[in-house]
Design a protein around this ligand. Structure first.
Ligand code: 0L1
Ligand code: MG
Length: 244
């Protein structure tokens, strides 16, 4: 039986080398509680290297994705400052295993975990498991596939329940969706995040970012692409990919 720390180190090494690993649960069963302990141990390794917590993210926030995974609840992961890329910045696809991108909505939290601003966002997810296949416990241990995130301009929070979302590669639309695909309304990510954070030990601190969830299916990234998310009423956010 491997320890929580040993499992976290396996995932950490896969992240650093870009070499996929077999699912942890292919070797031994893992409860959801242990999976979150592995996730926290992985974040502790990052903190030992000088990374600082930047916030949290939710996954499985769309009905389609939850049904596909056979789950009925969201999952929560941690974001660190080093996962953040400035708007218009660059992401090296060569450093990942098989990165994909999702157009999202982000909140900035104030004191008492209340949302104080909203922004269009891109999340780059990258499962450390072979073929992007995993069980619920595996993906939780793998910090919900978190890899990088890009935030667009912060703006005042208004109605967010049905904003059109486009994901573009080099100016061509590759996926379309709606903020309604994020829990029916991205504002529902707030109580969901508070509940999950309380249950699994994540901190919703003043200034934290909350990535509320994806408005379309994730799309595989390739090098030398201008990737942009447009959220009606909120604006756009972009990143350029390179390799090596
Ligand atoms: O951020 C997400 O919605 C991804 C959650 C984990 C599942 C996946 O990697 O597709
Ligand atoms: Mg996401």
């Amino acid at each position: 039986m491997s320890t929580v720390e040993e499992r976290a180190e396996l995932l950490d090494r896969a992240t650093a080398t870009g070499q996929a690993i077999p699912q942890l649960t292919s070797a031994e069963p893992m409860t959801l509680e242990t999976a979150y302990a592995v996730q926290h141990a992985g974040i502790a390794l990052r903190e030992q290297r000088g990374e600082r917590l930047a916030g949290v993210k939710l996954g499985f926030t769309s009905k389609a994705k939850a049904e596909q995974m056979g789950v009925s609840d969201v999952i929560i992961g941690s974001l660190t400052d080093r996962m953040g890329i400035e708007d218009g910045g660059t992401f090296d696809v060569g450093r990942g295993v098989h990165p994909r991108v999702e157009p999202e909505v982000a909140f900035r939290l104030g004191p008492d975990a209340e949302p104080v601003a909203v922004a269009p966002a891109l999340e780059i997810i990258d499962s450390r498991y072979r073929d992007f296949r995993f069980s619920l416990a595996d993906v939780v241990a793998d910090n919900t596939s978190a890899s990088a995130f890009v935030l667009g301009p912060w703006t005042r929070i208004g109605r967010l329940d049905a904003l059109a979302v486009d994901l573009l590669f080099d100016g061509e639309v590759v996926a379309t969706g709606s903020t309604a695909d994020i829990l029916g309304d991205p504002l529902r990510a707030l109580p969901a995040a508070r509940r999950m954070a309380a249950e699994y030990g994540h901190r919703l601190f003043d200034g934290a970012v909350l990535l509320a969830g994806a408005a379309t299916a994730a799309v595989a990234l390739k090098p030398r692409t201008h990737v942009e998310a447009r959220v009606a009423g909120l604006g756009s956010v972009s990143v350029r990919t390179k390799e090596g």
